[in-house]
Design a protein around this ligand. Structure first.
Ligand SMILES: [Fe+2]
Ligand SMILES: [Fe+2]
Length: 134
């Protein structure tokens, strides 16, 4: 069963950015599934790299979109993106420490962060607002 699933109600009213979010959820799921089903951290590193690269790609695209739309909250939003990028680096560090338990915890934190971020922060530039369950 997938842990992180994108739903139509997560839409930010932009087809390309919605596709990015779907892909991010899907990459996170595959990292999670790898981490849960293996005791060998070697097969996880390429997945972490994929997550890291796709995240950078999405954040750049989203920041450009917000900038072009003249979105007021862009500075705060970029700072939040940097936090997430930093957490991915923590995940990479846990890989280097060969600590599977930490890797599992970090992935769950990343998934929860992403879901909350899309629903609460990304929604602000979409012109829609959703209630986020804490
Ligand atoms: Fe986003
Ligand atoms: Fe964002």
């Amino acid at each position: 069963m997938s842990l992180f699933v994108w739903k139509p109600e997560y839409s930010v009213n932009d087809a390309e950015l919605d596709r990015h979010h779907q892909e991010l959820f899907s990459v996170l799921n595959s990292v999670y599934e790898n981490v849960m089903s293996t005791t060998d951290l070697d097969c996880i590193l390429p997945k972490i790299d994929q997550l890291s690269e796709y995240t950078k790609y999405h954040f750049s695209a989203e920041e450009l979109y917000m900038s072009e739309a003249g979105f007021q909250g862009i500075d705060d939003h970029i700072a939040r993106h940097m936090e997430f990028t930093h957490t991915i680096e923590t995940l990479r560090a846990s890989y280097h420490d060969n600590d599977l338990e930490v890797a599992r915890e970090v992935i769950i934190v990343l998934g929860e962060w992403l879901l909350k971020h899309v629903l609460k922060e990304d929604m602000k530039y979409s012109g829609l607002s959703h209630d986020v369950q804490e």
